[in-house]
Design a protein around this ligand. Sequence first.
Ligand SMILES: C[S@@+](CC[C@H](N)C(=O)[O-])C[C@H]1O[C@@H](n2cnc3c(N)ncnc32)[C@H](O)[C@@H]1O
Length: 788
Amino acid sequence: MQGAISSGSRGVTVWRPPPTYHHGMSPEETTEYLQRYREWFEEDRSIPPEPAPLFDRSVLISEQLRRRAELERTSRRGGGSGIQVFMTIVGFAKHSSATPIQELQPVRFADMLVRRAHVGNYLLCRIVAPCSRMVAIQSMIEDVDGVAYDLSIYNFPSTFDCTLGHLDALFPVGTILAIREPTFKAPMQGDRPLVRVDSPTDICFVVPGSPLLDGVTWRTGATVPRSPTLPTTLDAWQQHGNNYFKASQWFLAAFAYSQGLAIQPDAAVLFLNRAEAYLRMNYYSGALCDAQRVLSTEGTPDAHVGKAVFRLAKAHYGRGEYAASQQSFVQWKNAHTDDSAADTWIERCRARQTEQSTGHYDWPSLFRTAKQKIRLDVADYTGAVEIRTMAQRGGGRGVVATKDVQAGDLLMVTKPFVSVYASDLPRDRVVVTLDLISNMSKERTDAALLARIIDKIYGNPDLHDEVFHLYAGPDYPPPPSTYPPAPRGPISVELLNPNVDIDIAALEAICTYNNFNPYRIENHHADDQATGLYPRASLFNHSCSANALWYCIGDVMIIRAAGPIPAGTEITIPYSVKESYYDRQADLKKHMLEYCTCSLCEEDRKDGHDRLRKRDELEKRVSSTSFLKASLAEARAFEKDVRETFRPTRGPIRPLLALALHAVAEKLRASGNARQLREALRQDIEALRCFGLEIPEGQEGGTGASTRLPIGTDRFPSVTSFFEPTTMMLRVACTYLNLDEEANAVRWMKAALWLTNASIGGGKELFMLVHEEALKQMNIHDYAAKVL
Ligand SMILES: C[S@@+](CC[C@H](N)C(=O)[O-])C[C@H]1O[C@@H](n2cnc3c(N)ncnc32)[C@H](O)[C@@H]1O
């Protein structure tokens, strides 16, 4: 193996370049690629650290200028007509500092080794060339000796899809940085090692007068050529910030105000302005501290106090502190009796407190709003659940019922820590994330999700533990046995010198173990590719045949009991709802669950691989559009094939057979003759049983039907969403109408209403909204509105 090592032309040991990735790899090719990448990474890691060769500073700078010019040309052309695709790999070991800069010792490149994280040190350096960007921000830095290397900064807030102008404003040439515990990496391409910063909290901006500059003389001169002229006074920074603010560039505005505050740390106006910029970025902790700072300063003019109180109130609201928020809005209103701006806010505070304490939400209204905008303004609610230690579960925790609950009971309403939807992504840029932990490719939204989580913690340092107390897998210390962590007071946000440490490797692992792919009921047909981190919901363990279910309205996740759950019993939710055993296992692997022991998977496994494989093939057929054109005979043959993939002795739950039976029922209905309509009813009723609904014998109709619901209401299926069985019930109702059996039709419509209401609440109003399209297609919309 030693022979694989070669010395780069200038002397860095290059084991061999990493394997090449091609966009559009299949899932199997991606897994194989990641395997090869891991081997390469481990081999590279096994090379001992070594000194870096020196490079000609001017050559490095001119190369960076060339890269930058190329990017400018591309962006002038409007990025070209195509989409730029980038790839990033997460899940490998990387260092993030947790030591305050004051406790670190300076280090120079001459003393740094390639392939080492310089724990205990910081690197004082200056940016000597304008930035460019791929996934990371690329730049060139020199140390005090004038020795230059490339710099790659990952995950810096506000830069996920920013412009080059934004980068110039953040990292202009001449910027002095102190990089905590820098990692000097071997080159991936070419022969130049580079400083790689994964955690943005490792970057401190060094301003004139900083003690870090005491006794420092830059060998290449006091200023860097091509440095822009930056403001040097408080007023000039304020003006600079205001210009960015007017252009809606909140981060840059806050950054400029922070520079002003570095000159005059008690400048109330800058705190006030920064608080507003922070509010726009959802940096509520920062906004709250800045507003409080203004309010606690003696002699603050009334006008400033008013603004500070209003901003404080909004910051409390953003933090979910609705009572405190209301109090501040009332305080503001009392001082501004002729202004009604606070009234709406006070109303909102009251509504949120009611939601929080009662679990009563206006579901139909939320559903309507979510069709227009995904992010909803609601409070979180926690029902009769608590976290308990569960040694047999990865992470050691799970959720149990604190009292007996019934099907449909609301267990949790929770907003995401952060969520990303396809519509949030830039149109011209795709970042594909490959995950070395799960060995899979992630959703297109995952790279943005990671960036947004980092951004949120950066601006809300007190929320750090809410994320970092989640399970990060067996390579990390077990999380605390309780969750959520005790709330902390707000922590101020210092953009020049962050007040929080973000461990990126741990965070990547947390995302792999805890992310959801939220499923929005108002967007039922769309393939959204969304990703979200819902910390409280991620404490629920998985079962494919769970006793609770989850869904989202907008970005809000709602969890309800799917059947009776006695007090003290574990509550599980399905991480995946798929008919195919193999599809479910693939989904579960993404969540790092290798082997599901739920009753559905046990039953599936007992059917044996041959049957499962056959069923998987059949499942692909039923979900293809061509299946819609199948004849009745073909549908029957299909149903027979599907039926044979289940052991005759198996329990009633057979999700794919439900779809096959319903497919036959639909073909039978098309004929319109009474005998076939009756058969369709039998097919659909069997289909509903295959989803797990309890339907007593003799519900296939006939005369003299009772007014009781035709289905058991003890529990409802969690192996499928409510949409499929509800649609079947509505088709059954239509069939009864065709047979002139109105009483039966109404009973089945009521059953459909029961199932929808138990699954998502909202009564008839939400039922009519959720199924509006289906009801209209079936021509029973007005009828349902009348009889339900
Ligand atoms: C989102 S976490 C669930 C909460 C976690 N148990 C904790 O303590 O924070 C997902 C991880 O929990 C564990 N887990 C979830 N469902 C499980 C199950 N049915 N059996 C065993 N472990 C499970 C797996 O390790 C999985 O990767």
